[in-house]
Design a binder for this molecule. Structure first.
Ligand SMILES: [Zn+2]
Length: 126
């Protein structure tokens, strides 16, 4: 930054005088007494101006039922997956493809034992 671009402290503070945060205005719900944004539906009960706009309780209950169903489905899925993956005679803690079925013991994975040979260096022609 060049000194020509420098602003005085007063200039900076004058600019920042508009940066203050305002307290949000809230209105009290006539139905349930909860705070809500003015001219907006109450998010707690779903009433606006004394009339029910959205049945928030039914919505909440439906969501709760949906989430429990999803949780149950995931739980059941995990149980069946565990049964499918179980291989008789598999050594604990080893991947199924790393177990030699004849010896019933863990053998080294072929990728691990394979040593990578470095490409031969090109000799510099100078
Ligand atoms: Zn309300």
């Amino acid at each position: 930054m060049v000194i020509r671009m420098r602003h005085t402290r007063a200039h900076t503070k004058n600019r920042r005088s508009h940066h203050g945060l305002k307290t949000p205005t809230v209105a009290k719900c006539g139905n349930c007494g909860e705070n809500h944004q003015p001219h907006h539906m109450c998010l707690a009960c779903g009433f606006y101006n004394g009339t029910l706009v959205i049945d928030m309780k039914a919505k909440h209950d439906a969501r709760e039922a949906r989430m429990t169903a999803k949780r149950e489905a995931r739980k059941g899925e995990a149980d069946t997956a565990e049964e499918e993956n179980a291989i008789p005679g598999a050594v604990d803690g080893a991947a199924p493809d790393m177990v030699d079925p004849a010896k019933q013991e863990v053998v080294d994975a072929p990728e691990v034992t394979k040593t990578k040979k470095a490409a031969p260096r090109k000799e510099q022609s100078a």
